[in-house]
Write a protein that binds this ligand. Structure first.
Ligand code: ZN
Length: 138
């Protein structure tokens, strides 16, 4: 059962920067799930002024690496039988897979289309990632 107001089981991604909800939805590849999903745009937020939210019913796992990479302000609410557990301050991940794409034409990822694009965090302060194959920084 999925109603728009209160989710019994699922995940609510809260405190997304206003206007960024759809971008995060695409990064998380939520279009590949059959779970009922609601994207809420530009709602009032005490903390942020305005914010976006994504509510996904009947989903158990979400890629926290992508969320941590996207924004450290995001709160993930995991809801099981209406009980909510919150995950806050999600760190930048050490590695991200298939989020950034290497633009170096000599990189193996340019030659082998099937290979995963993996980037390693090289500078946490400036949020810089380098391709693990060729060290190209994106
Ligand atoms: Zn590369």
């Amino acid at each position: 059962m999925c109603r728009t107001k209160r989710i019994e089981n699922g995940i609510v991604i809260d405190h997304v920067s206003p206007g960024k909800g759809l971008e995060l939805y695409n990064l998380l590849k939520l279009n590949h799930t059959d779970c009922p999903t609601i994207i809420i745009k530009n709602v009032d937020s005490r903390k942020m002024g305005k914010k976006d939210m994504i509510k996904i019913c009947d989903i158990e796992h979400i890629n926290l690496d992508i969320i941590g990479y996207f924004s450290s302000d995001i709160t993930v609410n995991i809801i099981q039988n209406q009980k909510i557990s919150k995950i806050r301050n999600i760190d930048l991940p050490e590695y991200i897979k298939n989020v950034l794409y290497c633009k170096n034409i000599n990189c193996i990822t340019s030659v082998e289309p099937e290979i995963d694009h993996i980037f390693k965090l090289v500078n946490r302060k400036n949020k810089k990632y380098a391709c693990v194959y060729c060290d190209n920084i994106e």
